[in-house]
Structures are given as C-alpha cells and as structure tokens.
Write a protein that binds this ligand. Structure first.
Ligand code: CO
Length: 135
C-alpha cells in the first residue's frame, strides 16, 4: 500500500547553497539535516524534514550521474516525487498488473532504503519513486 509522500526531490548544482536557501525557506536548524553520498546513484543527498515528509536535494558526484544529465538539460529544479510503500515488491507487481513499468528492479537508495523509479513517459512526464519504509 502507498502510505504518503516520502519526499519531493530537487536537483541542484550546488548542494551547500541550495541547503542554505531551503533551510531559510523552511526555518530549520543544521541539526535537522542529514547529508549522505549514494554511490549507486552517483549523488550527494541532503534531506530536510518538512512535517512528516522531506525535501531531498540531489547533487551529482560525477558527470555520468543521472542527475548531471538532468541538470545539463533542465538546470536546477524539481526532479521526482517519492511515495512511501509498505512493500516495494508488492507495489512493483501491482504496477505491472496495470501496465506501468519501472526502471529496473528495486535497489538500495539513500538511507539504505529500497527504491525503484517508474517510467516517466507513462506518468505524465513526472518521475515517481517508490520507497519502502524501514520495517
Ligand atoms: Co528520492
């Protein structure tokens, strides 16, 4: 089952400057922020809590990161919406049953969570991520 919006992700060229901006917008303290590198996606990620959801800032770690390609094409901006699921395998199978496809199989993302992306061509050009809540 889909539970909630887990996070909304924004692609940025400069994580430090974007963090400062969004911390100012949201009025939150440095202690609220988590920053990590996700080698599987070649990104540095910052999570800023917003109520019971988060804003995720994504900065590429290399030129062949998917986020680098996005930034070259679009510049900074909204990248994806992540939906929290109880069981990512079940939800992926449910998608297949309604003829929606994922970009590969679920894999490890930020925070060690299991994630999978849906094909944006099938969802009105909005990139959606399913993420599984830690059990
Ligand atoms: Co995400």
């Amino acid at each position: 089952m889909i539970r909630k919006i887990d996070h909304i992700a924004i692609a940025v060229q400069n994580l430090e400057s974007a963090l400062e901006t969004f911390m100012n917008v949201l009025g939150c303290a440095p202690g609220d922020i988590t920053i990590e590198e996700v080698p599987s996606e070649k990104v540095r990620v910052a999570f800023i809590p917003v109520g019971d959801t988060k804003i995720e800032l994504l900065q590429p770690l290399s030129d062949d990161s998917p986020i680098s390609k996005f930034l070259q094409k679009n510049g900074d901006g909204m990248h994806h919406i992540a939906l929290q699921t109880d069981n990512i395998e079940e939800e992926t199978a449910r998608l297949a049953s309604v003829n929606l496809s994922t970009l590969g199989a679920p894999k490890e993302g930020a925070g060690g969570k299991r994630i999978v992306f849906l094909h944006p061509k099938e969802t009105n050009r909005v990139l959606l991520e399913f993420t599984q809540k830690h059990s």
